[in-house]
Design a protein. Structure first.
Ligand SMILES: [Zn+2]
Length: 420
């Protein structure tokens, strides 16, 4: 199928026509192309998420590769990197190939598996990183996300190992000895509520250590879900020295604060926890400055019984794929170049995903997101495509609807609805 997007604004520029033919962007559409009136719509390179939990294999009651892929496409994504904390853990070539194959079968986004750093995420022994890199899944990002690779010797060896194939270690920065029993951000609110705190320094200490290790080894480090102003300062200094470090921030850490814990609604429980207004401001500035490279969703679907319970028993994590772009739009406004870079171009570069994060010029793969920035919508958890319902944005009125998403020229979303 060929398409002609009539009157579309590419990254906010003056309206033009954009044709999609045989999977690539073209100067000219054939006569039988399906015409889409794109007046008032903005075209972006298809969004890329470097941090998604798809839960399959093992927790298909919370999400599957297919339902998560559909949520991603509806959120404007054309590629997602799926985290390794499945059951079994994605720590072998067999499991990463299984996830990769399920993603191709669903055919809604490119699912790029992330491999575990250590066997079983146990933090004791390196997983077979080379075998996962050489597999059909072509793994380049490795992460024990959910857990920190706390052992500095193991972290050093992992960084050394992935250097051979330009891989990257994505660290969930949390010094576990400093967060034992933690329920929320350590600060005024946790003191008032009498909940055990997760101190900012538990994140900052690991990032500081890891940028030194990455610098020493000359390898690539990626820092997952940066959440504190202090972490931003550590990253700013490391980048100024030329350390090969990249970092992500989640939409929820760009918007929400620890005050929300006061209602004890576990939908606001997440790891790292929601921080203070001061942290939120520092993270926003860091994304604008480029100290933080990308917005990543940390989409973390959970089954009802794991979320609708007492705060202390609830699993940490929030849905993110279907609301990420609207949240970023609501925080930063229509800064399309910033959005394209932080949500598509930079994440594709970090993940090594060729064909994604392009510039929408003729001849490039037609991975495209079409957004209506003027449309507002109210988030209704029951209407989300994710199998889970744990969105912290329920009832919020957000700007920006995804009208269409194209994966290599095939529409995965049209008129705001999933095609399959
Ligand atoms: Zn994490």
């Amino acid at each position: 199928m060929a398409y002609l997007l009539k009157g579309v604004s590419i990254l906010g520029a003056a309206p033009t026509d954009l044709a999609i033919v045989d999977g690539v962007i073209s100067d000219k559409a054939p006569d039988d192309a399906q015409v889409i009136d794109a007046t008032g719509l903005v075209a972006l390179p298809g969004l890329v998420d470097v941090h998604t939990h798809l839960r399959e294999p093992g927790r298909e009651d919370a999400e599957t590769v297919e339902t998560g892929s559909r949520a991603a496409a509806l959120g404007g994504y054309t590629a997602v990197c799926s985290m390794a904390n499945t059951s079994p853990v994605a720590d072998t070539a067999g499991v990463v190939e299984q996830v990769w194959r399920l993603g191709r079968e669903a055919g809604l986004v490119d699912v790029q598996p992330i491999g575990a750093v250590t066997i079983g995420l146990a933090g004791k022994q390196l997983a077979e990183l080379g075998a996962m890199a050489d597999s059909a899944a072509n793994v380049r990002i490795f992460s024990d996300d959910g857990f920190c690779v706390a052992d500095p010797r193991l972290m050093r060896r992992a960084l050394e190992y992935v250097k051979a194939f330009d891989g990257v270690i994505a660290q969930h920065a949390e010094e576990p000895r400093l967060t034992e029993g933690a329920q929320m951000h350590e600060g005024e609110v946790s003191t008032r509520l009498g909940l055990t705190g997760w101190p900012a320094v538990a994140e900052e200490a690991i990032i500081a250590r890891d940028v030194l290790l990455a610098e020493h080894v000359g390898s690539r480090l990626h820092v997952c879900h940066v959440s504190t102003a202090g972490s931003v300062e550590v990253l700013r200094q490391a980048k100024a020295r030329g350390v090969r470090v990249t970092a992500e921030v989640t939409p929820h850490h760009l918007l929400l604060t620890d005050e929300l814990a006061a209602g004890y609604d576990p939908v606001f429980k997440v790891n790292p926890p929601l921080r203070t207004r001061n942290d939120v401001e520092a993270l926003r500035q860091a994304l604008l400055d480029g100290v933080i490279d990308v917005v990543a969703t940390d989409h973390a679907p959970h089954a009802v019984q794991d979320k609708e319970c007492e705060w202390s028993y609830a699993r940490p994590g929030m849905l993110g794929l279907e609301t990420a772009l609207p949240i970023v739009l609501s925080v930063f406004g229509e800064k399309w170049d910033l959005i394209a870079d932080r949500m598509s171009i930079a994440p594709a570069r970090i993940a090594g995903l060729t064909g994604h994060g392009g510039d929408l010029s003729a001849g490039t793969p037609a991975n495209i997101t079409l957004v209506d920035p003027s449309a507002r919508w109210v988030v209704d958890p029951a209407e989300l495509a994710s199998r889970s319902r744990n969105t912290p944005y329920a009832g919020m009125n957000l700007p920006g609807r995804i009208v269409a998403t194209f994966l290599r020229g095939e529409a995965t979303v049209l008129d705001g609805k999933a095609v399959k």
